[in-house]
Design a protein around this ligand. Structure first.
Ligand code: APR
Length: 230
């Protein structure tokens, strides 16, 4: 049975009510990346960075998965071959829809990290510079999110999954940020059929053999139904 590797981005969570990054009114329209999503920003103004992620954590706790998240969970459940789900998203909507073993390459809002000793623990809803690390006691706790300039998680395994994929699908991502924007080319070169499911053609649309445009809550269940043959 075919091995399917899937990459999701903010567009799959848009219809659940979470802002994307680069759409009209998206997160980067309201905040400069260099003010809230870099290690230098955290050094310079940790309170501002905590406020930005506290707002996103609080919002993410209020929303529910949509038909696209549920369709991917159904695909994992019903497809005979391996289904690997990699996400750039830091929300927990794939898990809430029933997906398992989700690879969060950019970290998660649910995680906290000590900038001093690198201990990890479940993040409280509201984090602050006054929090002490439960392991080393340093007041250096940060969101366990991969910021610009930092290495995404699980890249070794992800490159191997892409080389083994028979099908690679990118869903709800604009193809602006590397290394995720290189996944389609990497999988295609290794022989995978590549498909993008997105509201509009992504920045790297030329890397895909197939494109299905539309809202994720429509195009993803349709695509999963075609794969499962039901
Ligand atoms: N259904 C499907 N696609 C949608 C929908 C929707 N309802 N709404 C928006 N989209 C598409 C947009 O057209 C866009 O192509 O989702 C994509 C969202 O792109 P971005 O906002 O750039 O989000 P993403 O690609 O996930 O960003 C990647 O950049 O800022 C960093 O670390 C951050 O993980 C993020 C990374």
């Amino acid at each position: 049975m075919e091995k399917i590797v899937i990459l999701t981005g903010a567009g799959i969570s848009a219809e659940s009510g979470l802002a994307t990054f680069r759409d009209e009114g998206g997160l980067w329209a309201a905040h400069r990346i260099e003010d809230v999503a870099t290690p230098e920003a955290f050094e310079r103004d940790p309170d501002l960075v905590h406020r930005f992620y506290n707002a996103r954590r609080t919002q993410a706790a209020r929303v529910a998965p949509n038909a696209a998240h549920r369709a991917l969970a159904r695909l994992q459940e019903r497809h005979g071959g391996e289904v690997v789900l990699v996400t750039q998203n830091v929300d927990a909507l794939h898990e809430a829809a029933g997906s398992r073993a989700v690879m969060h390459m950019h970290g998660t809002l649910a995680g906290a990290l000590c900038a001093r000793c690198e201990a990890r623990w479940p993040a409280p809803l509201v984090m602050s510079t006054q929090d002490a690390c439960p392991v080393c006691g340093a007041k250096a706790t940060r969101p366990d999110i991969v910021w610009f300039g930092e290495m995404p998680h699980g890249m070794e395994a992800i490159w191997t999954h892409l080389e083994e994929a028979d099908v690679f699908a990118a869903i709800g991502t604009s193809g602006n940020v590397y290394p995720a924007a290189a996944f389609a080319q990497h999988a295609g070169r290794a022989g995978a059929h590549t498909i993008e499911l997105n509201l509009e053609a992504s920045y790297n649309t030329r890397d895909f053999a197939e494109t299905r445009l539309g809202r994720a809550s429509q195009v993803v269940p349709e695509w999963v139904g075609a794969v499962l043959g039901d």
